[in-house]
Structure formats: structure tokens, C-alpha cells
Design a protein around this ligand. Structure first.
Ligand SMILES: NC(=O)c1ccc[n+]([C@@H]2O[C@H](COP(=O)([O-])OP(=O)(O)OC[C@H]3O[C@@H](n4cnc5c(N)ncnc54)[C@H](OP(=O)(O)O)[C@@H]3O)[C@@H](O)[C@H]2O)c1
Length: 245
């Protein structure tokens, strides 16, 4: 990897930990949420004024859908305002900083699948709307890459049943980490879907936990107080093209 100094937000989270443990990023600062609480513009500005870096990988977020539904104000504060604070501080730095922002397939309506980056943004729950708010802030920068994705951690599979009739382009977290490393280096500016082929939740998870049982999407949706995605699979043609560059 080219020598790039990186600031990682959300280093204690699932994705952040895999980024730090991957060995792919040699020169990386990963302040905790205590050292740089992104909801505080002053804390972000202070950290930016005292440290030097070329790129930011922004993983910090309120990333659990149920928590966002329970605490919407906090979700707005962390996901929308926290991201805007980073954008503001990056704009104020005297050099051009690249922001690689981790977004979600939940930006799309997630009913018919095969969504491409040019399809309408139509989030279907509160979390998705806050992530779209974050994307809007990131778009004001000169140099950014928004990654729309979904990932699983093979070491931490929560449930014992997964639907056979709901679909995504979910990736194992370490594959996403490699893709993030590639996008830190790539000159592409804009939004890219990163994922694997369309796969049912059951088939995706049973590769790593063969004991899981199949169920129907409607059975899970009936028990859940917010809308879930039925087919959030994405068209990843652009990502495949960027990999060849
Ligand atoms: N999980 C998925 O399948 C999925 C899918 C698509 C996109 N994403 C996105 O991927 C990113 C990483 O997700 P994840 O699953 O790794 O999340 P996670 O495990 O919940 O970790 C969230 C991280 O954000 C940090 N954070 C929260 N509030 C903060 C604040 N005010 N200031 C600074 N840091 C703060 C947390 O730090 P503390 O531990 O100190 O609170 C933690 O390090 C998120 O942007 C998420 O929206 C996730």
C-alpha cells in the first residue's frame, strides 16, 4: 500500500477492529470515542489540529437499527452531525484529505434488489435515513469515497435462524477491509456499492455456522417493530470495474 497516513474513526467497533488487525494499514491513528467524540465539533477540531493524516476511514456510527429506532436523537447526533463535524474539520485543514465513508445498502428501498449507485435513495428505516444524511454531508468534499455495503463477522453470528427468502450482497468483514484498503488508494471519487453476489441470508450465514435453521422472511418481519429489507442486493459492476484499474 502507498504510504498514506490514516485517521480511523470507530476503531473499537466490528469493522474498525478488523481494519486495525488486518495489517494492511501501516500508519494509522485510531482515537477512541473518548479521545475524539465525533458529536463534539470542538473535540474533532482539536484532534484535527494536533494530528496529521492524508485520509480518513470513517466507521464510527450508531450502527444497530434497533438502537437507532429507540434513540433517534442520538442516531441523528452520531450519524448525521458526527459525520458533518468530520467533514467540516476536513474542509478546514489546509491540505486535501480523502474521506472514505462507510455507508449501507439500507440507502436503497431494498424491495426488488440489484440496486445500482444511480438508483433512487429511499431508506426504509430511521437508521437508513441517518446514513443518507451522513452521505449528503460527505458529498460536499472534493475527495471522498462512499462505500455502500453490508458485512458479516464469521466469528460472531448472532441468530440461530435466517430467512431463505431475503437477499443481500453481504460480504465477510475481512473482504470488506481489503476493499476499503483498495479504495483508500484508488483515485475514484463518488459512491460505490461493494458486495458479493446476491445471496439469501440463510445461505450467507450457514457457510460459517452450519447449525443455523432456515425460516421465512415474514416470520422475522412479524416479530420486528421496524421494516426489514427483503431484497437489498446490489449491482456491483462499478466496483468490479474499479478493481481492474
Ligand atoms: N454491521 C453491518 O452489517 C453494517 C452494514 C453496512 C454498513 N455498516 C456501517 O459500517 C460502520 C461500522 O459498523 P460496525 O458494525 O463496525 O459498528 P459498531 O461495531 O457498532 O461500532 C461502532 C463504532 O463507532 C464508535 N462510535 C459510536 N459513537 C461515537 C462517537 N460519538 N464518537 C466516536 N466514535 C463513536 C464506537 O465507539 P465506542 O465503542 O467507543 O462507542 C465504535 O467504535 C458503520 O458506519 C455502519 O453504519 C455496518
Amino acid at each position: 500500500m502507498k504510504h498514506t497516513k490514516i485517521l480511523l474513526t470507530g476503531g473499537s467497533g466490528t469493522l474498525g477492529r478488523h481494519i486495525l488487525n488486518s495489517g494492511l494499514f501501516k500508519d494509522i491513528l485510531a482515537p477512541s470515542s473518548k479521545e475524539m467524540n465525533i458529536t463534539s465539533a470542538a473535540a474533532v477540531e482539536k484532534f484535527f489540529s494536533k494530528n496529521d493524516f492524508d485520509s480518513i476511514i470513517h466507521c464510527a456510527a450508531m450502527a444497530r437499527v434497533a438502537e437507532c429506532e429507540k434513540e433517534p436523537e442520538k442516531a441523528v447526533l452520531v450519524n448525521v452531525i458526527g459525520t458533518a463535524n468530520l467533514v467540516k474539520a476536513a474542509t478546514e485543514k489546509r491540505k486535501e484529505i480523502k474521506l472514505v465513508h462507510i455507508s449501507t445498502d439500507g440507502i436503497y428501498e431494498s424491495t426488488k434488489g440489484n440496486y445500482s449507485e444511480n438508483d433512487a435513495a429511499r431508506p426504509y428505516n430511521f437508521y437508513g435515513w441517518t446514513k443518507l444524511g451522513a452521505e449528503s454531508a460527505v458529498n460536499v468534499l472534493k475527495n471522498f469515497c462512499i462505500i455502500r455495503t453490508r458485512f458479516l463477522d464469521p466469528e460472531n453470528i448472532k441468530y440461530d435462524t435466517y430467512a431463505k427468502d431475503s437477499y443481500t450482497s453481504i460480504l465477510p468483514v475481512d473482504e470488506l477491509v481489503k476493499a476499503i484498503a483498495a479504495m483508500v488508494e484508488n483515485d475514484f471519487i463518488g459512491t460505490v456499492n461493494i458486495g458479493g453476489g446476491r445471496i439469501s441470508d440463510y445461505d450467507a450465514y450457514r457457510k460459517y455456522k452450519p447449525t443455523i435453521k432456515p425460516c421465512k422472511f415474514s416470520e422475522i418481519q412479524e416479530k420486528t417493530p421496524f421494516r426489514l429489507s427483503k431484497d437489498a442486493s446490489m449491482n456491483t459492476t462499478l466496483w468490479k470495474r474499479l478493481q481492474r484499474k
